[in-house]
Ligand binder design. Structure first.
Ligand code: RB5
Length: 146
């Protein structure tokens, strides 16, 4: 779990649900609603997922954009902006997303929990989707990595 100040409240709501369900998680910050900068927390969770320390990440910022854009700079990260349950399901089934980025200012606590629940229960379909995912990294194109 990671957020900036704009996603802090939604993150608290999802963590409360995790605790109630007995789902283990780590909170990589931020730790209050005081203004802060999302890249710090995006890089922290992207590193934790990239190294395999955690299998999946859930992130929040105001729009979900900044924290997702930053996480996606890490080659092994596929961060998907998920603003409803259908998008969350497809992000796992088709994109094998390993981070679910939620727009904290545009969903309710209940919607955030439903999005996370769906993201965690959906499974990657593989097949043609695996071929597409294999073609995502810049170093698989033979072209420039800039
Ligand atoms: C913070 O005001 C806001 O810009 C941030 O949470 C996020 O929406 C950026 O993408």
């Amino acid at each position: 779990m990671a957020s900036d100040h704009a996603g802090f409240a939604r993150k608290q709501a999802v963590m409360a649900w995790f605790r109630a369900e007995g789902i283990r998680f780590a909170d990589l910050g931020c730790y209050s609603a005081e203004s802060c900068d999302y890249p710090e927390f995006a890089h922290a969770i992207a590193r934790a997922v990239s190294t395999g320390e955690y299998p999946l990440g859930i992130t929040f910022c105001g729009t979900g954009q900044g924290i997702s854009i930053t996480a996606n700079k890490h080659q092994k990260i596929r961060s998907a902006l998920c603003w409803n349950t259908e998008i969350a399901r497809l992000a796992r089934e088709h994109n094998d997303a390993n981070i679910c980025a939620i727009p904290g200012r545009f969903v309710t606590d209940e919607e955030a929990v439903a999005i996370v629940k769906t993201f965690l229960s959906a499974r990657f379909e593989g097949g043609r989707h695996q071929r597409r995912i294999d073609a995502i990294p810049l170093d698989c194109t033979g072209g420039s990595t800039s």
